[in-house]
Design a protein around this ligand. Structure first.
Ligand code: PLP
Length: 284
């Protein structure tokens, strides 16, 4: 079955989908995006993803190409046309196509592309059962990682360095030695006292939708959450570590830079958060 994309108002096969070479997403990475989990055919935490998309668009001053109800309809239509039961739906919005010039074009219409892909949920479960390894790299991104922008070159390079090191994710570490977040995930540790710690939303990390829901899951489980920066040294000493994203939900981290976390196996807090996540996340 060929995959179907929504491209600037039309549904088309991926093999026939095209955007202009003048599209500013292609030329400048001038755009923003969202990725939403699809589970059992339902969109998970859609409201939070759409709220973040609206915030990202506002911060980079791109007009929404569709009304919110229309966008919700198209997201569902793309999921349905691709027969995705479990997987992801991806939406990217660019400032549109215009003659190359750094300043905003006066006449371009925002461009929109929506795709969906199926993922085998068993792979994620196997990964969670084993736990994953992370490596670290200096956080050399721009000063606004809270905007979900298409400019992901540092994240691409960081993910590749993880792969080449036999790890699943790279955690960025700032100049002061604090872990900010992963290349495509938020970073967490569990302290010896059982407190769950993750970087605060002070602009230098992406406000993860999964992060927000996990804070609610933690409250339901009676786990105390501290939104504060933690140093890499503290992570090395942590009882547990985990990463979170719409693609992975909560994934136990069992090694950081080759050093085992806790006893080197997925911890009970991470497993508890993962198993309760979909009871608390919104399904629509
Ligand atoms: N941080 C970064 C840099 C990301 O790219 C992502 C997801 O792609 C996340 C965190 C996790 O965000 P969410 O839970 O909304 O998927």
């Amino acid at each position: 079955m060929s995959r179907i994309a929504y491209v600037n108002g039309r549904y088309c096969r991926h093999s026939e989908a095209a955007v202009s070479i003048d599209d500013r997403a292609f030329v400048f990475g001038d755009g923003v995006y969202e990725v939403c989990e699809v589970r059992g055919g339902a969109l998970i935490d859609e409201d939070r993803h759409l709220a973040r998309l609206a915030r990202s668009l506002g911060l980079v001053r791109i007009a929404a190409p569709l009304t919110e109800p229309a966008l919700r309809r198209v997201l569902r239509e793309v999921v349905a046309r691709n027969r995705v039961r479990d997987g992801l739906v991806y939406c990217q919005i660019s400032r549109g196509a215009a003659r190359r010039d750094f300043g905003f074009p006066s006449d371009a219409k925002p461009g929109i592309v929506i795709t969906a892909k199926a993922l085998d949920p068993r792979l994620n479960e196997e990964r969670a059962a084993q736990g994953v390894k992370v490596v670290t790299a200096p956080d050399e991104r721009w000063a606004h990682p809270h905007i979900k922008s298409l400019q992901l070159l540092p994240n691409v390079l960081a993910k590749q360095s993880a792969r080449e090191a036999g790890a699943y994710e790279t955690w960025f570490v700032d100049n002061a030695g604090f872990v900010t977040e992963g290349a495509s995930s938020n970073a967490w540790i569990v302290t010896a006292q059982g407190r769950l710690v993750t970087h605060p939303l002070d602009g230098v990390i992406l406000p993860g939708v999964t992060r927000a829901t996990l804070i609610e899951v933690a409250a339901a489980l009676g786990v105390v959450v501290e939104e504060r920066a933690f140093a890499l040294e503290e992570a090395f000493e942590a009882r547990e570590a985990l990463m979170s994203s719409a693609t992975t939900v909560a994934l136990p981290v069992v090694a950081i830079d080759g050093r085992p976390v806790g006893d080197g196996r997925p911890g009970t807090t991470a497993r508890g958060l993962r198993s309760r996540f979909h009871d608390i996340a919104q399904r629509a």
